[in-house]
Design a binder for this molecule. Structure first.
Ligand code: GSH
Length: 191
């Protein structure tokens, strides 16, 4: 049985939760209080951060690596494109995710200029989604899972008006039809 060391409010953990739901993998959750983390979490991840995935004595931190691992370990349904070039492009988006989260967290800290910088990142996603249905390419997959936790939180917790980005809004509507993401939207609503 897999264990996910998890925190409801953590968008990185949300990636793992969505992925596990998409793959229909049974798992147990250990909720970590991020305001008072247990010392033993450092034995599972030297940074003390969540998510951490555990299977018997084997532990794996880092949400983007967890996504890739789960896709390889549980190949059905595949959540990266079959074509190597398309897979690589989806990975670039995940690799550059910090470009997107830096202004998101700056906005949360109410830093000057953060709102404009975050809008520019949303506009980049919107532009991509005008050309393809999903961030991963022609089908839903890892890059969509990697970004949607922050989009939901930006909309529901930071009050960002997404209606200015019509392709992004259409994508959000499509992705919320997936039970894995609909559950996550409820988690965000309850925060
Ligand atoms: N690069 C890590 C980031 C995980 C992360 O920052 N998690 C936050 C919660 S959202 C955390 O554990 N923060 C505690 C800390 O930074 O001390 C990943 O992708 O898994």
């Amino acid at each position: 049985m897999l264990t996910l060391y998890d925190a409801a409010r953590c968008p990185y953990c949300a990636r793992a939760r969505i992925m596990l739901a998409e793959k229909q993998i049974e798992f147990e959750t250990t909720e970590i209080d991020l305001t008072d983390r247990p010392a033993w979490i450092y034995e599972k991840n030297s940074t003390g951060r969540v998510p951490v995935l555990e299977e018997e004595a084997w532990v794996l931190p880092e949400s983007s690596v967890i996504l890739e691992y789960l896709d390889e370990r549980y190949p059905e349904p595949p959540l990266l494109p079959a074509d190597p070039g398309d897979r690589a492009l989806a990975r670039v988006l995940i690799f550059r995710h910090e470009d997107f989260t830096k202004p998101y967290y700056a906005l949360r800290r109410e830093e000057d200029g953060a709102a404009d910088a975050f809008d520019r990142e949303l506009a980049k996603l919107d532009d991509l989604l005008e050309r393809q249905q999903w961030l991963t390419g022609a089908a839903f997959g890892l890059a969509d899972i990697a970004y949607v936790p922050w989009i939901l939180r930006a909309r529901d917790m930071l009050g960002i008006d997404l209606d200015r980005f019509s392709a992004l809004v259409d994508w959000l509507e499509r992705i919320l039809e997936r039970p894995s993401v609909a559950v996550e939207a409820q988690v965000v609503a309850a925060l």
